[in-house]
Design a protein around this ligand. Structure first.
Ligand code: MN
Length: 227
């Protein structure tokens, strides 16, 4: 195939225990999937979770230093379980949903909170608050055949060694089966899709020089520095 410009490289993420990498197709995030986070953000507690997206090339690997993004003065971390889809499908049944997961990682849904809230108040799309450059740090992926699934487990995030988020995956409003069933009724999931499953409470700002350290029991930690 010839192209009129150089095509972009496939974005990929390291897989624990092997040299082959996981290619990323797109990044879909679940919004408001923990009640304590809805409460801290002042959202309607009866609203159901929903989705937004980030471009695949917003992914950055653990160990990276990311730039403090332009046009924000309230740059937030959100530590989340990331599910990597290995088998596609539409209208996937909850009972079959976990069969579509290749593996899991710890991710950070980085957010220009001031931009997101200003867009939200105007009823406009969140893209520039959520889907900007380097906004989707993602740790190494652990295959399901080595670590199983994550219906529960401690999730925490520290900034400069101080705990800011400390919760449990079992507090998700929609568990992963429900999310995959619901989402695959809206769009066809394909291998390479990543689902950021939402963040618990304790979100907050970081500034240049801060070091974020995210953890979920059973997965490799993610460490990202802001410059
Ligand atoms: Mn999030």
């Amino acid at each position: 195939m010839e192209y009129v410009i150089t095509p972009p490289e496939t974005v990929s993420i390291a897989v624990v225990g092997q040299s082959a990498r996981f290619p990323v197709r797109r990044v879909i995030c679940v919004g408001r999937n923990y009640m304590a986070h809805i409460r801290e953000m002042g959202g309607d507690e009866r609203d159901l979770p929903f989705y937004f997206a980030k471009p695949a090339d917003a992914i950055v690997p653990t160990g990276s230093t990311i730039d403090y993004p332009p046009q924000t003065s309230n740059f937030h971390y959100e530590c989340e379980l990331v599910a990597a889809i290995g088998k596609g499908g539409s209208n996937i049944a909850e009972a079959d949903a976990l069969d579509h997961v290749y593996g899991y990682a710890v991710g950070l849904d980085m957010t220009r909170r001031d931009v997101q809230i200003a867009l939200r108040e105007k009823g406009r799309p969140w893209d520039m608050g959520k889907g900007f450059d380097q906004s989707a740090p993602c740790g190494d992926i652990h295959p399901v055949d080595q670590v199983g699934h994550f219906p529960k487990g401690n999730l925490w995030l520290k900034v400069n060694g101080e705990t800011r988020q400390d919760s449990d995956l079992e507090l998700m409003i929609w568990n992963l089966q429900e999310t995959i069933a619901n989402l695959s009724g809206l769009v066809a999931l394909e291998p390479g899709d990543l689902i950021y499953t939402g963040t618990p409470d304790g979100v907050g700002p970081v500034v240049s020089g801060d070091k974020m350290h995210g953890h979920i029991d059973g997965l490799s930690d993610i460490e990202i520095t802001v410059r």
